[in-house]
Design a protein around this ligand. Sequence first.
Ligand code: IMP
Length: 406
Amino acid sequence: MANMLVLGSQWGDEGKGKVIDLLAERMDLVARFQGGANAGHTIVVGGKKTVLHQIPSGILNPGCVNVIANGCVIDPERFVEEIAELAKHGLAVSPDNLFLSDRAHLVTPLHKALDAQHGAKVGTTGRGIGPCYVEKANRTGIRLEHVRDGSYIDHYIDQLAAHASQAGCEHLREMCGNTVAISEFRKAAEALEPFIADTQAIIDTARRGGKSILYEGAQGSFLDLDQGTYPFVTSSSTTIGGSYTGTGVYIDFDRRIGVVKAYSTRVGNGPFPTEQDNETGRKLREIGREFGATTGRPRRCGWLDLKLLKQSVTVNGFNYLAVTKIDCLSDFETIRVAVDHDEHGHPVYKELSGWQEDISQVRERAALPPACRAYLNFIEEHLETRVGLVSVGPDRNQTIVVEPIC
Ligand code: IMP
């Protein structure tokens, strides 16, 4: 069975959750390698919607081992909530099917308070992600190994004291003295303990045993700290390089799959050349139900940008594309695609015909309307990368498997 890397190729929210859930059906192990509760993977099975934030999408498939690897940051309070939410859907999460790296970092209430204070310029999700990674790079972070050896509360109090001593941080001084908040944090963090493991060894053993492994990205290529639209990015490495540093295990992926939404969206601030801040954008938002899975914020919407996607293919070496939400373009008479940017950074568009037919029940590429096939062919030719999968609706079965990628 093939090993796979599945990444968002745009600014996140490409529909990775559904694609990974589908592919994970055949996988022995699924690993998350970066990010934390800022992610939101919406999955619909049999009409039932589940939103995953930190837990890998493989959790929906019994028999799949799930790993939150060392490149991730874990919010214990949200983690406990997420397990309870999954239990409501009848999905059991236990130390038998989920492992947390002892080297992953702990998101603390301090990080969330700092994000609330400083994250507005970038338009962060407010989940404490940036401040947690800052602490990691500053070498003052708290790792899950500190939860295991019981030293994490001491480290946390040191972190609080260091920040609270700065001018204008009265609320952080209050946090220092709030023993109830500290004990709640302690309770949630203690719940992580049974899940903590050496995930590098777990993945490597699976690899050596010939198991099929899927590395699951969160966010997207243009939110990568280095490759993205800096400074309007997240604080981790969302691209292929991050999958290696974030797990500690090299995998020679048979499939490097870039998930491409058939149009573009972005939440938060930052450049978005093909944004349609007009009726077209509103129509895309409405049809595509483009509201953040984590924050509920309306997403900015616009046309597909092949100039950017080409860069994404270069960075990640995609050999397959999974095109999602193409059914959401069915209402448009004409569809625009940016093929380049001019010297001012403005998109240069090519206009293609729309198809104006319901395609949500189509299950074969050949049965798609000719204009829809032409749209897919145009993407493939421009990006010199095969389309392996097309999603025509939110449900698992609303999928056209073009190439045998799963
Ligand atoms: P942070 O990751 O919360 O620090 O936010 C940094 C930027 O990444 C903001 O523009 C967020 O909106 C964006 N972002 C973070 N996570 C996601 C995601 O899962 N989907 C889309 N955008 C995200």
